[in-house]
Design a protein around this ligand. Structure first.
Ligand code: AMP
Length: 392
């Protein structure tokens, strides 16, 4: 591994600045889903077990460099205490002397790093201030690693550093899926638009053996091939770009899988009357909302021929029944093949995680990344600044 983990660090008697992601959803001052808080518990306990005093750094929501009381991390403190089963000391204005005056086994939570305008600009003044609060930096927030901020990137250069347990697990799983994967590799990319996933497609065609394109973005590829798609969501101005991606795939030996049959409806609504037609036969007054059974069979064949699967984006309008059929069906097959030991499956992105939960298979995938933006940038082949700083 190019980065250190907690196992490599001597922490006894040290104060450990630990960047975490506890940016949890909240309603009326209460945390509605504490998953992110629960996930950092192993890292906090391991720091304590090694004699370190954890000082947690985190952002919460988007205060944009100003103090916004509703976005105070104070609101997350009770959920953190519940997850850890112990008291947490909240510091609005941290300083080294106050931290040093606390017992060595205290757990400290510092106020929202984004209350300072210097966080998102990665101001060296803030990085130095943070570094002055501790002896070691541990980054456990993969989901924030695509941002070069003072608490994710700047401070990492100023102290001995390592990845926390969650970050290390995420990096290991991602490296196994795209860095040095078991081949062949199949990628599934779906979702609404080509324009938001251009870099992703460009990177994947050079790296994977099969690329399944689904959802609204597949319509743009059909248009690029001269197919009429009626009232379907499609970015007609992106057709030349789609053709470039097809050419690039051909040159790289990547097989692109597009829908061969589609489910069409006249309304974008749950249970709208629908029919299955060849992908080349979408009626002029209808829209494509899902891939059909023949397409599902082709995708399943690609899965059977592969050893690694990377997935981002739904294959249809999965929020609306029955247009979730392709997404759910293909997800269940991927889960089964993973359970059978035939496939290593990695998925990520907000919609994808929701779709896999809907299919009831999230537990069966080898790894699911809840880091939306960071997961996408990793799939795009970009070096994440928060990870790069750990290598330095
Ligand atoms: P994205 O955020 O780009 O991953 O896109 C996810 C969204 O794409 C979901 O809300 C889906 O409902 C939507 N979507 C997928 N397929 C289609 C389609 N054929 N027509 C319209 N929207 C779609």
């Amino acid at each position: 591994m190019a980065w250190k983990t907690l196992d490599d660090m001597a922490l006894d008697g040290k104060t450990v600045l630990c960047r975490v992601d506890i940016n949890v959803p909240m309603e009326a001052g209460r945390v509605t889903d504490a998953t992110r808080v629960e996930k950092i518990v192993p890292t906090v306990f391991d720091i304590l077990a090694k004699g370190g005093r954890p000082v947690l750094l985190a952002h919460f929501d988007r205060p944009k460099g100003k103090v916004v009381p509703e976005m105070s991390l104070r609101h997350v403190q009770p959920a953190l205490e519940a997850a850890l089963g112990r008291a947490v000391i909240f510091m609005e204005r941290p300083d080294r002397a106050s931290i040093d005056a606390l017992p060595q086994d205290a757990v400290i939570l510092v106020e929202n790093t984004r209350f300072s305008p210097m966080e998102e600009t990665n101001d060296p003044v803030m990085a130095r201030f943070l570094a002055g609060l501790g002896d070691v930096f541990c980054n456990d927030a993969f989901s924030a690693a695509h941002r070069a901020h003072a608490s994710t990137e700047g401070v990492a250069h100023l102290l001995p550093n390592c990845a926390g347990r969650l970050m290390a697990a995420e990096l290991k799983a991602l490296e196994a899926a795209l860095g040095s994967p078991a081949r062949p590799v199949v990628a599934v990319v779906g979702g609404a638009k080509v324009s938001t996933k251009l870099e992703l497609l460009g990177n994947l065609v050079a790296k994977v053996d099969y690329l399944v394109i689904g959802g609204g973005m597949a319509n743009t590829f059909l248009v690029a091939q001269g197919v009429e798609v009626g009232k379907s969501l499609a970015e007609r101005d992106m057709a030349p770009t789609a053709r470039e991606i097809l050419d690039k795939a051909k040159a790289a030996g990547c097989r692109i899988i597009l829908p061969i049959d589609v489910v069409v409806a006249r309304a974008f609504a749950a249970n709208a009357p629908h029919e299955t037609v060849p992908a080349t036969a979408c009626p002029a007054d209808a829209m494509i909302l899902d891939a059909g059974p023949a397409t599902i069979a082709v995708i399943v064949d690609a899965f059977l021929a592969s050893k690694t699967l990377i997935w981002n984006g739904p294959l249809g309008a999965f929020e609306l029944t029955p247009f979730d059929r392709a997404t759910v069906g293909v997800a269940r097959t991927a889960a089964q093949l993973t359970r059978d030991g035939h496939l290593i499956s990695v998925a990520g992105g907000g919609d994808t995680v929701a779709a896999l939960n809907q299919a009831g298979v999230a537990e069966d995938f080898t790894f699911i990344s809840t880091a939306g933006g960071a997961f996408l940038e990793w799939m795009e082949g970009k070096e994440l600044p928060g990870v790069a700083a750990l290598r330095a």
